[in-house]
Design a binder for this molecule. Structure first.
Ligand code: GRG
Length: 299
């Protein structure tokens, strides 16, 4: 598969996901119209859709059909969108720009932003429960449980709590890794695993373990690259305020290791991820290409 075909595939999954998200979101004409309009504002028309892309790439590895993957991809993206809306609020990161446009609490108001996040979170579980491709109830329950675990206090929300408590503190590398594995890594890992679980032909235990290892590495890799970009890229390119971590005195891989070693760590993790995929052969080609994309992306 060429680089060109990867770009086509990406565009195809991104537009497919955009349509599916738009379809699952309540219409802005249905009451309460302001809340529904704000939910659509938060989710649609922006974002790289990295998590849905991972769900589709992992699904491809497991021979899942595209229509079996839409629900899992949307559920993960709804959780991600909710986390961004809440993260941007004044009680957390207090940011005014996201995906190149005003954050939800700026465009609407704080109470609406809070409710948008709450509603997107529950919509994620509703979509997965009602539309997941698998016919096996036990498999569906396992997927719901994985998404809950990845989102909650033992996953993303827990990582966010550590992040908020860490401002100005000199974290050790282990502590920083623990925070990021939870805050960013847990949902990315879940995006990969739900792709595999959406298939009717599950992986054997050893293959699933390898895919899970890949998923954990790619979650951490995503955050290391994010730290580097926050330091290197400008606000216009990122679509969010650049240099925020340093300005807020937040511990990052760049503040801990320096820019050069943080970049080196990203390269090492990329290599580790690609090596883990090798035993899957050609079936993992999309995941390989996505791994490279995550490292070379500019925002
Ligand atoms: C509020 C419970 C709660 C959690 C928030 C994920 C998160 C936890 C906060 C976001 C803050 C942040 C910038 C984290 C760094 C990694 C990250 C998730 C970046 C944004 O994800 P992208 O690059 O965004 O996939 P797009 O806009 O492309 O979807």
């Amino acid at each position: 598969m060429t680089q060109r075909s990867f770009e086509h595939w990406m565009l195809d999954i991104q537009s497919r996901t955009e349509a599916a998200l738009a379809n699952h979101l309540p219409s802005a004409h249905i009451a309460p119209t302001r809340l529904h309009e704000a939910m659509r504002y938060a989710v649609l028309g922006g974002g790289k859709r990295v998590r849905p892309l991972l769900t589709f790439a992992a699904g491809e590895l497991c021979n899942a059909k595209a229509n079996q993957l839409d629900a899992a991809a949307c559920a993960v993206e709804f959780i991600h969108a909710y986390s961004l809306v809440h993260d941007d609020m004044p009680c957390m990161d207090d940011d005014v720009l996201r995906r190149g446009k005003p954050t939800v609490h700026i465009e609407y108001d704080e109470a609406t932003a809070l409710l948008v996040g709450d509603s997107l979170q529950t919509l994620a579980f509703q979509v997965l429960a009602d539309h997941a491709g698998t016919q096996q109830p036990a498999q569906k329950i396992s997927m719901l449980s994985q998404l809950a675990h990845a989102s909650g206090s033992r996953g993303m929300a827990g990582g966010q709590a550590i992040d908020l408590a860490s401002v100005g503190l000199p974290l050790t590398r282990e502590e920083l890794e623990f925070m990021h594995i939870h805050k960013t890594g847990a949902l990315i890992r879940c995006a990969v695993l739900l792709g595999a679980y959406s298939s009717d032909t599950p992986l054997d235990a050893a293959s699933l373990e390898r895919l899970d290892h890949f998923a954990k590495v790619i979650g951490l890799l995503f955050q290391v690259v994010d730290d580097v970009l926050d330091c290197e890229a400008d606000t216009a390119t990122l679509g969010k305020t650049a240099g925020k971590d340093a300005a807020n005195n937040k511990p990052t891989y760049v503040s801990l290791l320096g820019l050069r070693d943080a970049r080196q760590l990203a390269n090492d993790l990329q290599q580790q991820a690609l090596t883990t995929l090798q035993t899957f052969g050609d079936r993992a080609e999309r995941l390989q290409q996505l791994t490279r994309y995550i490292v070379t992306r500019s925002f």
